[in-house]
Design a protein around this ligand. Structure first.
Ligand code: SF4
Length: 472
């Protein structure tokens, strides 16, 4: 019988079927960061256990790290404590830590792929829900809680139920000015924020086939925002070409056999799915969220929907969103004034994101009332962007160029919204208070759309801005 990638990866990593109906699943790669690991390491100490496979475990610092200074100790004592904890834990348990001194520091879901640690056919776990990002390479990658971080550190295994599988096919060709971020926001808008609960998503179709690895990462990153704990794209030549020559990928003669095995893990024609959803990508427009979850989104040329357009069980949250975001239904999303523009995060803090945003930034200057920051996803991204002069482009347009980290995606560092500020953000969550102010408001969109909003001072269609001459 034809198998899916999910079937093959699951079978290859199954240690045992448990009486609970769960699988004891071996984890090929465990990624660790400073926020969800301290208690897990503490539990290991109390149990007197070592980390079973330290060579399968990699750590970095991203959530709490300031982006305006490299100075230590950090001003925030809690952040400094977390930093010291991960330094001590990695030292004591023999784990590689990619901190700033290594030149490889960055958001955990940016550095894994760029170093070649993230490979097809693996199981990958991390104490972070956006671990789904890694599925872009054709693996099963999902976020876990702190007690599961402990389990993986101690046993390299997890007890977990195999999800159902939905194939999401995006056909056609994306119009100019429409990006991977618009595709995934549209998918979540279509299927709902709970539509993927209990499922893994297999993204496929002509649009995904043509995407670069960075674009596929953007799509897979937000699987969890649609309720799917993991999402993947089948490995192909694009995947293989991306991994060739990466520091932690197989080297020399070992590469081609690895590449052949990676591609053999792809879903086979005729494999069965629990559900198939088809979307035509040819008619998509840039998407902007208007509400308090990523499914509350509209095309930039649309209006805030009326409550009666929602299913009965969604009307309360729509009402909540109108009140929190200060909307009158029927208002066009375009023209919404913004106070802050944030370009970065594990969704859209990679080099291609910065290149696209810089292309837009060349068309004008940030409006005086807007605070605009660009935060590269990793030190490697920052180095490459600086080598291309993107930092100068952003600075010349009035953006701040920051050090790598999660920054204003979650605002566990000093980068926070203030009061009722409205932020055009390339991140992945627009929950109430997500960006550091309990009453702050977030509009999710592509990095190009964020750059356009910074220049216009309000939500605009980036396609209009790009049609104007550079320097206007
Ligand atoms: S950038 Fe945001 S979503 Fe991604 S790992 Fe950091 S805090 Fe989490």
């Amino acid at each position: 019988m034809a198998k899916t990638l999910l079937d093959k990866v699951w079978e290859a990593h199954t240690v045992a079927e448990l009486p609970s109906g769960q699988t004891q699943l071996f984890i090929g790669l465990h990624l660790v960061h400073e926020v969800t690991s301290p208690q897990a390491f503490q539990m290991l100490r109390e149990l007197g256990l070592p980390v079973l496979y330290p060579d399968r475990t990699v750590a970095t610092v991203d959530h709490i790290i300031p982006t305006h200074t490299e100075q230590r100790p950090f001003d925030d004592e809690q952040a400094e404590t977390m930093m010291r904890e991960i330094e001590r834990n990695c030292r004591d348990f023999g784990i590689r830590l990619f901190d700033r001194a290594t030149g490889h520091q960055g958001i955990v879901h940016v550095i894994g792929p760029e170093m070649g640690l993230t490979q097809p056919g693996l199981t990958i776990a991390c104490g972070d829900s956006h671990t789904s990002t890694h599925g872009a390479f054709g693996n099963i990658a999902f976020g876990i809680g702190t007690s599961q971080v402990r389990d993986v550190l101690a046993s390299q295994c997890l007890a977990i139920k195999k999800p159902k599988l939905r194939r999401v096919e995006v056909s056609g060709a994306l119009p100019a000015g429409v990006y991977a971020k618009d595709v995934i926001l549209h998918i979540i808008r279509t299927l709902g924020v709970k539509g993927g609960v209990g499922y893994a998503y297999e993204y496929a179709g002509a649009v995904l086939d043509r995407m670069t690895m960075e674009e596929r990462m953007t799509v897979c990153n937000m699987s969890i925002e649609g309720g799917a704990r993991c999402g993947y794209v089948n490995p192909d030549r694009t995947t293989v070409d991306y991994l060739r020559g990466r520091e932690m990928a197989p080297q020399g003669d070992a590469f081609e056999p690895a590449a052949a095995w990676w591609q053999s893990m792809a879903s086979e024609p005729g494999a069965a799915y629990d559900d198939v959803t088809r979307i035509d990508g040819s008619h998509l427009a840039p998407v902007v969220t208007w509400g308090i979850n990523p499914g509350q989104a509209v095309g930039v040329d649309e209006r805030i929907p009326n409550a009666d357009t929602f299913a009965a069980d969604e009307r309360d949250v729509a009402q909540d969103a109108y009140e929190y975001m200060d909307w009158t239904p029927g208002t066009p999303i375009a023209g919404t004034k913004i106070d802050v523009a944030f370009i970065g995060s594990c969704t859209n803090g990679r080099l291609s994101d910065l290149r696209e945003a810089a292309r837009v930034a060349r068309h004008g200057k940030v409006k005086p009332h807007v605070k605009a920051i660009v935060v590269p996803g990793s030190q490697a991204v920052a180095r490459q962007a600086e080598a291309e002069g993107l930092d100068d482009v952003f600075r010349a347009a009035g953006f701040e160029w920051r050090l790598p980290g999660c920054s204003m995606c979650l605002a566990m560092n000093p980068d926070k919204l203030v009061g009722r500020q409205v932020c055009a953000s390339s991140s992945n969550r627009n929950f109430k208070g997500r960006q550091g102010s309990p009453s702050g408001r977030t509009l999710l969109m592509s990095p190009a759309m964020v750059a356009a909003a910074a220049i216009a001072g309000e939500v605009v269609d980036v396609r209009t801005l790009l049609s104007e001459p550079v320097g206007v």
